[in-house]
Design a protein around this ligand. Structure first.
Ligand code: V47
Length: 396
């Protein structure tokens, strides 16, 4: 059944002309994007985004049974990406590099579970060669043939190319040959040169990030895209970022899902500089990030909520604000927990199913390429069992 746009939910008059555009399926421009970000009418914004989402995805909400693996936290950008709490210098306390056997051992958690995707991201290690990653991907695919591998951000791809004195296109081709399914969307942060100069001075530029994704798409490797929000970026920076993603998608069609990533300020230099330690983004900002992403990125099929960052509870509400995709089971999360996220590390499969059902949507388990894996699930467990197993969100 086609969703209908209920105009009575839109109270801000500035959103009315935008509602007409959305109802007609017309593209929104930068000025309209600014209005969306500035409107106080969160419910009206959510109604628009929900309508835009349901037109594409109906009442289905996708999730994956996935496992995050972070092979190393050693990163040559440790001292210049001031928003990151995960990275370490090679000899710093807490620095680690997993051997391939250790990665394979960690992945054994997938053996008896429903895991269908390994999500692999790490730091820019000065010495790890391309063969470390191709051997890892090949080894994982051999051991777990039915599990997809979504691995390495554009920043890591470009770094491996530098280590190898080769090109990012060659690195991508070798990773694909080893069994890579798709690329995660990290490392995009905010493309604005001024923002990057402040928070990620020596990281790959926005143009270079887009180039690596364009190359991946040209090789038939689909990718995700992200935006890190809630730090020093302006509204115009956000809109320019979304516009650059939308333009590349017009050209290549290779983006699968967009994931807004909420900045967490603990244990990093930027958080201290901004005096924000312990104060992450607000629920309003998080819901707005989902809704505006859904409305501006009219050519990207999915918008994902990353529950480790915004809590499972807010992720559930996001399903009424334009979001059709929930981050998966995760198993072990390091990047946001190092930065102060207070969420659980792991959601169980049936907890995600219940979270989606609880929002009156239809849960659909997907693989990395958004092929449907399963939509028939056991009936909900008795109320008492569910309430005991819901993830704990600790008070700060
Ligand atoms: O690029 C780092 C972000 C990203 C912090 O494609 C931080 O499905 C908040 O790639 N506060 C890496 N964010 C994570 C990533 C990802 C995550 C979820 C899903 C997918 C996907 C990809 O994490 C980095 C950066 O933007 N990050 N530090 C921080 N303090």
């Amino acid at each position: 059944m086609a969703a209908e746009l209920d105009l009575s939910l839109i109270r801000d008059p500035a959103l009315r002309p935008i509602a007409e555009h959305v109802a007609e399926g017309r593209r929104l421009d930068a000025v309209q994007g600014r209005t969306l970000y500035e409107s106080p009418d969160l419910i009206g914004l959510g109604a628009l985004a929900d309508f835009a989402n349901q037109r594409v995805n109906g009442d289905r909400v996708f999730f994956s049974a996935n496992q995050h693996i972070n092979p190393t936290n050693v990163c040559i950008l440790r001292n210049t990406c001031t928003f990151c709490s995960f990275a370490r210098m090679p000899k710093e306390d807490g620095a680690y590099v997993r051997s391939l056997d250790e990665v394979f051992e960690e992945a054994e958690a997938a053996r008896n579970g429903p895991t269908r995707e390994f999500h692999i991201v790490g730091g820019l290690h000065p010495k790890l060669k391309l063969s470390y990653y191709t051997d890892m991907i090949r080894g994982l695919r051999e051991r777990h043939p039915s599990v997809h591998v979504k691995a390495l951000t554009a920043v890591e791809i470009a770094h491996i190319a530098r280590v190898e004195r080769s090109s990012s296109l060659e690195v991508l081709a070798a990773l694909k040959e080893a069994g890579l399914t798709s690329l995660p969307g990290g490392g995009a942060e905010v493309f604005s040169t001024a923002v990057r100069a402040t928070i990620a001075e020596r990281k790959l530029s926005g143009e270079e990030w887009l180039r690596v994704h364009r190359e991946a798409h040209s090789l038939g490797i689909p990718t995700n895209c992200t935006m890190l929000y809630g730090h020093v970026e302006t509204t115009d920076d956000r809109i320019a970022h979304l516009d650059a993603l939308r333009l590349l998608q017009d050209e290549s069609g290779g983006f699968l899902t967009y994931i807004p990533l909420a900045y967490h300020p603990d244990n990093n230099e930027l958080g201290e500089e901004l005096g924000r330690t312990g104060t992450a983004t607000t629920g309003y900002e998080d819901l707005r990030a989902i809704a505006v992403g859904r409305l501006m990125l009219d050519n990207i099929p999915h918008v994902k909520t990353h529950w480790p960052m915004v809590t499972p509870f807010l992720s559930q509400v996001a399903l009424a604000f334009g979001c059709d995709d929930v981050e998966g089971t995760v198993v072990f999360e390091r990047i946001y927990h190092d930065a102060g996220a207070q969420t659980a590390m792991h959601l169980r499969y049936h907890e995600i199913v219940e979270l989606i059902r609880g929002a009156a949507r239809v849960p659909v388990e997907r693989d990395s390429l958004y092929h449907e894996v399963r939509r028939e699930f056991d009936p909900p467990p008795p109320m008492r069992e569910l309430s005991r197993s819901l993830p704990v969100v600790h008070a700060a």
